[in-house]
Design a protein around this ligand. Structure first.
Ligand code: NAD
Length: 510
């Protein structure tokens, strides 16, 4: 492991007693006197305390980012690209270290954590192409002797507020394009798994990023609220649950900021009668239970159309029963614990409410959960779920897969389109015509055709519709370049002063 001239990496074991801020290129212990517990979800132990910032500490981190902005925005684009190649290389070399931190604090199994880092790294790779992404347009001789060109300039200090479920990847969605575009950044990671952000901050410094360009402030609502109202924060990117996303969008825009707030989801996977049942079952199990269902693109509802329902439920159940649930650092585990005991209990409560409201509990994860104090819930499957049940209406965000049975494609489509969320959706079929119609009709931001988790590749953008996104622009890809920059159009002429005269008429082009 490469060394940096700062305090020991907070990702290393035994050093986790206190997780601090990263301000202006160094670790800064919190002084607010407030902190929160960080658990190892596999054991239920408190592994560390994380500092919670005060308003004054937020002001200090924003001041550091503001101070760093003029010099950073003046760094040439080709130099920024070079730096991003170095960042990319260091992150690549430390994939495994980052993944181990994720497993320890989030609970996801190591292979899944590596997958998270890999997908985040793709966004960093996209940011390496910033010279072409920031190229403007040029019209020579737009009018006689007049050239017009467009340029895009950074916003200033931008803030990112991120959820617990992707502690490395979602921050990369934000700081990758934001820094490449010339902004300075303040990240407020989830207080539930905050270490990866500080570890990555150290790598960015090691890569050569100037102090103050990337900062991490730990905290809770007090930190978020101050960032939302701070006059020197130009824009806020948020990813998290729908109620908080809506709040962040409303408070941030009211304070005059540009805000994109990606929110919760209830992703439906439609399986048509002509689908390959084994393939659909493999997909539903992978997308429903991967990362213990704590993914915003997880499949939460399987909509079984017509006679596919019985064999499909059987095939899902057969596969789900075999999933090895355990400590994410054990190579034999396929699914880890949930993030907290409280969240595990809430997720499990949908098995009771589902049964009370008429669903059939095919698999009850409470019976198959490993013993011990870890926040485990085994895989759970509810069949014959209907839209009025709590298990259907709420975003469960855990390993509980619901099956809704309908008779026709139109009924399935109605379910997707009437759902308040519109993050991702998928259809499994062998009929290209129906699949094409679904792509045309589905009211969701990301559609999979025989692909259960259609997270776009890094050179497209990620985002949902309806209650899954507040704001206009999606995350990463080309839309992120628009989000993190402002457009400017320059009209220029170099006339002979001898031809100059006063003309009060409105400027004409012809
Ligand atoms: P959350 O909304 O509880 O927390 C997200 C962030 O908001 C955290 O940094 C947290 O500290 C902060 N926060 C929490 N309560 C707050 C409050 N009252 N005021 C101000 N800030 C507050 O979300 P979570 O539980 O960490 O993450 C899971 C949620 O995120 C799920 O709903 C999931 O669907 C969603 N998510 C969405 C996407 C997407 O791209 N649409 C991606 C990942 C996760």
């Amino acid at each position: 492991m490469t060394e940096v001239a700062t305090a020991p990496r907070q990702g290393d074991a035994q050093e986790l007693a206190r997780i601090n801020h990263w301000i202006d290129g160094r670790i800064v212990p919190g002084e607010s006197g407030r902190s929160g517990p960080v658990y190892n979800p596999a054991t239920g132990d408190v592994a560390a305390q994380v500092d919670f910032a005060s308003v004054e500490e937020i002001d200090a981190v924003v001041a550091a980012a503001r101070k760093a902005f003029p010099a950073w925005r003046a760094v040439s684009i080709s130099r920024r690209a070079e730096l991003f190649f170095r960042i990319r290389q260091l992150l690549d070399e430390h994939r495994d270290d980052i993944a181990r931190i994720l497993t320890r604090e989030h609970g996801k199994v190591h292979s899944d954590a590596l997958g998270e880092v890999a997908r985040g790294l793709e966004v960093v790779e996209y940011a390496c192409g910033i010279p072409s992404l920031l190229k403007g347009e040029f019209s020579e001789q737009a009018s006689t002797g007049i050239d017009v060109y467009s340029i895009r300039q950074p916003l200033g200090v931008v803030a990112g507020i991120t959820p617990f479920n992707f502690p490395a990847m979602v921050p990369m969605w934000m700081w990758g394009p934001a820094l490449a575009c010339g902004n300075t950044f303040v990240l407020k990671p989830s207080e539930k798994d905050p270490s990866a952000s500080v570890y990555v901050a150290e790598l960015l410094k090691e890569a050569g990023l100037p102090d103050g360009v990337f900062n991490v402030i730990q905290g809770d609502k007090i930190a978020v609220d101050r960032l939302l109202e701070h006059p020197d924060v130009a824009a806020v990117s948020f990813v998290g649950s729908t109620p908080i996303a809506k709040y962040v969008y409303e408070a941030g825009t009211q304070a005059g900021k540009r805000v994109q707030a990606l929110a919760g989801a209830k992703n439906h996977m439609i399986v048509l009668p002509d689908a390959d049942v084994d393939m659909a079952a493999d997909a539903a199990v992978s997308a429903g239970y991967g990362s213990a269902g704590e993914r915003c693109m997880a499949v939460s509802v399987v909509v079984a159309v017509g006679e596919v329902a019985d064999p499909l439920v059987q095939a899902i159940s057969d596969r789900a029963k075999k999933i090895a649930v355990g400590d994410g650092s054990d190579p034999g585990s396929e699914m880890g614990p949930l993030i907290t005991g409280q969240h595990r209990d809430k997720v499990a409560s949908y098995l009771d409410s589902g049964a009370e409201q008429g669903a059939k509990v095919v698999l009850d994860g409470r019976e198959s959960a490993p013993d011990g104090d870890g926040f485990f819930l085994g895989v759970s499957l509810l069949d014959e779920v209907t839209p009025d049940m709590d298990a259907y209406r709420d975003e469960i965000f855990g390993p509980v897969l619901s099956v809704v049975r309908v008779d026709t494609y139109d009924e399935a489509l109605t379910l997707v389109n009437e759902n308040p969320w519109g993050n991702g959706t998928a259809i499994f079929t062998r009929d290209g015509g129906v699949a094409r119609q679904f792509q045309f009709d589905a009211q969701a931001g990301m559609v999979g055709i025989n692909v259960p988790i259609p997270v776009p590749v890094a050179w497209f953008s990620f985002g949902g519709w309806k209650a899954s996104l507040f704001g206009d622009l999606h995350a990463y890809g080309p839309e992120s370049v628009n989000f993190y920059t402002r457009g400017k159009v320059v009209t220029s002429r170099w006339p002979d002063p001898a031809t100059s005269k006063v003309n009060l008429g409105f400027p004409q082009t012809r």
